[in-house]
Design a protein around this ligand. Structure first.
Ligand code: NAD
Length: 472
């Protein structure tokens, strides 16, 4: 899509998008090729200079208008996202509202890209400027396409860059609509284009010498491939990757509340959430009680039609992905894990779609795949611990370091443990560690760089140092 207009691919190729709940084809979309990538990058380069030179408040006003347009169309966008990726409307409605909030936040940041002045012995003015990078390629995952488009495009655009968005081939339609609304809001032609297609389109963007930055959200393996490729042209890279985050429950925590809310952090988005608390670490003295409450609440979650507002868990993105999740669970069981609930597709739902019952596994050992790897499905592995040291050791015993929760009423313990867990974000007595105003990102194999907050502006600008002599 160039200049807000949907176009066919130069080579005329297309691909189909399927509704994960019904299997039906919901769209036939252009599959971009090298020629389309080259044209979009060239258009972005041509448009970027003028966009960077217009006043910051003008750029901010465009983003604020886009926020209004998204809000006005929130219900339609939520339904579009649900039929693309199978997430319940209760969740996609929240995401549409979240996308508008992101745009509004960065609209207000347009004139807050501050530089510094430095004292110097040369008798002149020494200062820094934050300048746009140029053209940014934004490559996104299927689990939250609209939010990810807003989250990556807003700080890039407001800082004066042009952007090319490559949504996942599994769920591209809300990104296409986002681009149409962006142009209606006043983003100039060329400054925001969408290139649809598979990994090859993303790879072509990463290779392109005129792309200055890649912001990627997706799996760790793809992120590593992108970092390797981007190194050849020294592109700036932001990588938001996978996770295997833990909810750590101490004996002094509010166990009743944990039973009620903690499953939501594991099974929201059917576990297809980078921040999912897919491990539950529980102090031995309260292990049985916590498990009993946790499983009871899990059993009340409604698995079913994602278009029904009462549904908590829709189908996974595909039956093939569900089968991968199921195979990992079976492998864990073969190694000694015990299924406390779930562990199979729900009997009342069509097995040809990707439904999977929320699953709690006991008897898990830290070395098992279900304890270490991201399954990206509704599966929680529970492990006991004795003391703080063991809790920290287990929490850190994965290659990832994205998010997590610590549940305790002891402030000293909360401080000690949160400082020792290696993750980009963390919450105490809460499921939520992603806030619009605060930096978000991963350590270890969970990523590189930060999004959200003012940190995202820094990731979308280059720092220039300028010296003005005191004599002409
Ligand atoms: P994926 O890596 O398969 O694909 C992500 C995107 O990259 C898609 O648009 C895909 O077409 C593209 N792509 C694939 N190969 C490429 C290549 N070689 N070069 C350039 N682009 C390429 O990931 P997915 O299955 O879409 O998403 C699930 C993953 O995303 C999970 O691991 C999840 O944890 C992660 N995720 C992370 C965050 C975060 O903020 N940390 C948020 C959401 C999802």
């Amino acid at each position: 899509m160039l200049a807000g207009v949907r176009a066919t691919a130069a080579e005329g190729t297309t691909f189909t998008v399927h509704n994960p709940a019904t299997g039906e084809v919901v769209a036939v979309v252009a599959e971009a090729g090298q020629e389309d990538v080259d044209r979009a990058v060239a258009a972005a380069r041509r448009a970027q200079d003028a966009w960077a030179l217009c006043g910051p408040s003008d750029r901010g006003a465009v983003l604020a208008r886009l926020a209004d347009l998204i809000e006005a169309e929130a219900e339609a966008l939520a339904l579009l996202e649900t039929t693309d990726n199978g997430l319940p409307v209760a969740e996609t409605r929240g995401m549409a509202a979240g996308a508008a909030a992101i745009l509004r936040y960065y609209a207000g940041a347009a004139d807050k890209l501050l530089g510094q002045t430095m004292p110097n012995d040369a008798g002149g003015l020494l200062l820094t400027l934050r300048e746009p990078l140029g053209v940014a390629a934004l490559i996104t995952a299927w689990n939250a396409p609209l939010v990810l488009a807003a989250l990556k495009a807003a700080p890039a655009l407001v800082a004066g860059n042009a952007v090319l968005i490559k949504p996942s081939e599994l769920a591209p339609r809300t990104t296409l609509r986002f681009a149409e609304l962006a142009h209606a809001a006043g983003v100039p032609a060329g400054c925001l284009s969408v290139l649809t297609g598979g990994g090859a389109v993303g790879a072509a963007l990463v290779r392109h010498p005129d792309v200055a930055k890649v912001s990627f959200t997706g799996s760790t393996s793809t992120g590593i491939a992108i970092a390797r490729e981007a190194a050849a042209t020294l592109k700036r890279v932001t990588l938001e990757l996978g996770g295997k985050s833990a909810a750590v429950v101490f004996e002094d925590a509010d166990l009743e509340r944990i039973g009620e809310v903690a499953p939501g952090a594991a099974f929201g988005m059917a576990g297809q959430d980078c921040c999912a608390r897919s491990r539950l670490l529980v102090q031995r003295s309260v292990y049985d009680e916590v498990l009993e409450r946790y499983v009871a609440r899990t059993n009340r979650l409604i698995v079913g039609d994602p278009l029904d507002p009462a549904t908590d868990i829709g189908p996974l993105i595909s039956a093939a992905h569900r089968d991968r999740v199921d195979a990992c669970v079976r492998e864990g069981v073969a190694e000694g894990a015990i299924v406390l609930t779930g562990g199979a597709p729900p009997a009342h739902l069509d097995g040809s779609a990707g439904w999977y019952a929320p699953t709690v596994l006991d008897g898990v050992h830290p070395g098992m795949r279900v304890a270490r790897e991201e399954l990206f499905g509704p599966v929680v592995s529970v492990l006991p611990f004795t003391d703080e040291d063991e809790a920290v050791r287990l929490a850190n015993a994965t290659p990832y370091g994205l998010s997590g929760s610590i549940w305790t009423r002891d402030v000293g313990r909360a401080v000690r443990v949160s400082r020792r867990i290696r993750s980009g974000v963390l919450a105490v007595n809460s499921n939520t560690s992603v806030y619009l105003q605060a930096p978000f990102g991963g350590t270890k194999l969970s990523g590189l760089g930060r999004e959200y907050g003012l940190a995202a502006l820094e990731e979308n600008t280059e720092l220039k140092t300028l010296f003005l002599a005191g004599t002409a």
